[in-house]
Design a protein around this ligand. Structure first.
Ligand SMILES: *Cc1c(COP(=O)(O)O)cnc(C)c1O
Length: 403
C-alpha cells in the first residue's frame, strides 16, 4: 500500500504549489467524517470551504447523481435537456428571482455578474460606453480570474498578475459612508460578500446590508451579493442577506449548490437585469449540464424543507456559546453566524497553521485563513456531540500552546 507520506511527496513534486495543504491524504468520507489512507478518522470542520454544507455523500444528493449518471450527463446548451427547466425554476423560486444563468465555478459566476452589471449599465442605466464602474470591498474574495484578482487587496492573490482590469473601486468593508463617497454616475453595481469568509468570517455591522440596499435603490445601482460561501444554509438562513431581510438584485451562488459532487454555480436576477444577455454574449460548455442540474435540484429540494437552515441556526448557537467561553483563554475574538466561525487565536501562542496542524493530530480538520485566524465550518449534518467534541479539541489545542 502507498503511504500518506509517499503520496504527499509525489503530489508536491508533480503539482504546482498553489496550495499549502495540511499533511493528510483523504481516502473516503461520509457525513461529517473523513478517513485517510491509513484508516485514521477526522471530523471535517472545513466542508470544502462550505461546498459540503449537506455532508459528504448525502444520500439524497448521491441518489440524484447516480440516477442522472445512468441517464444523461452532457448535452451542451446547444440543446435543452429535461433537468434544466426544473433547475432554473427551482433556483428561481428559492431566490425569488425570474431568471437563472448557470455556470460551473464560483469565479465564473462572479464574472457573469460583472458582465451582466456592465451590460445593464450601458443598456438600461445609460452609462457611457466603457465607463462602467463597480464598487467592491477591501479584503474581498471573489475568485481567481485575472479580472477578479485585479480588484483583490490580498497581495498573494493580486501581485504579479497585471496588467489589471480597470473599472473597480475598492472601499472599506462595513462602511456605508465609504460606499456613498465612491458612487458616481458611472457606478453600475456594488459587489459584496454579506459575510466575508476568506477574510476570516467578518460579519459587517448590523444594518449595513439594509443601508447598502437602500443606497443602491436610491442611486439606481445593482446590489450584487456574492453568497457563494455564505449562502445555502450555512448561516442559519438560506442566504446571509436574509438576516436583514435584504434582497439583492443579483445573487451569486456556487460551492454548496453542487452538493459536494460537481461544480455548479449560477447567478439569479430578475428579467429587467438578466434579460440584457442575448444568445452568444455569454456562456459555458458545461454550465447547466444535466448532471449538474440533477445534483443542484436535489440540493434545492433539501433547502426547500428548511431543515438544514434551522439546524445550522440551532447548532450555530451551540457552537458560538461554547466558543465564547474560550475568549480570553488564548482566543482573542470569535466572529460568525450560524454554523460558521472565525476564531482569532492569540498570535503570541501560535500561528493559524500551527493550530490547524495540532488540531489535525487530534482528529479535527480546520484551516487557517489569514495569520492566526481559524475558520470553522462543519457540515450542517454534524451531530451536536461531534460539534462539541471538536470544540473541546480546539480548547485543548490552545491550552497545549499555553503550557
Ligand atoms: C469560493 C468563493 C468564490 C470562488 O469560487 P470558486 O468555485 O473557487 O471559483 C467566490 N466568492 C466567494 C465568496 C467564495 O467563497
Amino acid at each position: 500500500m502507498t503511504t500518506s507520506a509517499e503520496l504527499i511527496e509525489l503530489s508536491e513534486r508533480r503539482s504546482a504549489h498553489n496550495y499549502h495543504p495540511l499533511p493528510i491524504v483523504i481516502h473516503e468520507a461520509r457525513g461529517a467524517w473523513v478517513t485517510d489512507v491509513e484508516g485514521k478518522r477526522y471530523l471535517d470542520f472545513l466542508s470544502g470551504y462550505s461546498s459540503l454544507n449537506f455532508g459528504h455523500g448525502n444520500p439524497k444528493i448521491l441518489e440524484a447523481a447516480q440516477r442522472q449518471l445512468q441517464q444523461l450527463t452532457l448535452t451542451s446548451r446547444a440543446f435543452y435537456h429535461d433537468q434544466f427547466a426544473a433547475f432554473c425554476s427551482g433556483l428561481g423560486d428559492l431566490t425569488g428571482k425570474d431568471m437563472i444563468l448557470p455556470m460551473n465555478t464560483g469565479a465564473e459566476a462572479v464574472e457573469t455578474a460583472i458582465k451582466v452589471a456592465r451590460k445593464w449599465g450601458y443598456e438600461v442605466k445609460g452609462v457611457e460606453r466603457d465607463q462602467a464602474n463597480i464598487i467592491v470591498m477591501e479584503d474581498n474574495f471573489h475568485g481567481r480570474t485575472t479580472t477578479i484578482v485585479s480588484f483583490s487587496t490580498d497581495p498573494d492573490a493580486h501581485d504579479g498578475f497585471g496588467p489589471y482590469t480597470p473599472g473597480f473601486s475598492v472601499v472599506k468593508y462595513g462602511s456605508i459612508e465609504a460606499v456613498r463617497e465612491a458612487v458616481d454616475s458611472n457606478t453600475v453595481a456594488v459587489l459584496v460578500e454579506p459575510i466575508q469568509g476568506e477574510a476570516g468570517v467578518l460579519v459587517p455591522p448590523d444594518g449595513y446590508l439594509t443601508q447598502l440596499r437602500e443606497l443602491c435603490t436610491a442611486e439606481n445601482i445593482l446590489m450584487i451579493a456574492d453568497e457563494i460561501q455564505s449562502g445555502l444554509g450555512r448561516t442559519g438562513k438560506t442566504f446571509a442577506c436574509d438576516h436583514e431581510g435584504v434582497v439583492p438584485d443579483i445573487y451569486v451562488l456556487g460551492k454548496a449548490l453542487g452538493g459536494g459532487v460537481v461544480p455548479v454555480s449560477a447567478i439569479a436576477a430578475d428579467s429587467d437585469v438578466l434579460g440584457v444577455i442575448k444568445p452568444g454574449q455569454h456562456g459555458s460548455t458545461f454550465g447547466g449540464n444535466p448532471l449538474a442540474c440533477a445534483v443542484a435540484n436535489a440540493v434545492i429540494e433539501i433547502l426547500n424543507t428548511g431543515e438544514y437552515q434551522d439546524r445550522a441556526a440551532r447548532l450555530g448557537e451551540v457552537l458560538h456559546a461554547r466558543l465564547a467561553e474560550l475568549v480570553g483563554d488564548g482566543v482573542v475574538t470569535v466572529r460568525g453566524r450560524g454554523l460558521w466561525a472565525g476564531v482569532d487565536i492569540d498570535p503570541s501562542l501560535a500561528t493559524g497553521r500551527e493550530v490547524s496542524k495540532a488540531l489535525m493530530s487530534r482528529g479535527v480538520l480546520a484551516k487557517d485563513t489569514h495569520g492566526s485566524t481559524i475558520r470553522l465550518a462543519p457540515p450542517i449534518t454534524i451531530s451536536e456531540e461531534d460539534l462539541l467534541w471538536a470544540v473541546d479539541q480546539l480548547a485543548e489545542t490552545i491550552a497545549s500552546f499555553r503550557r
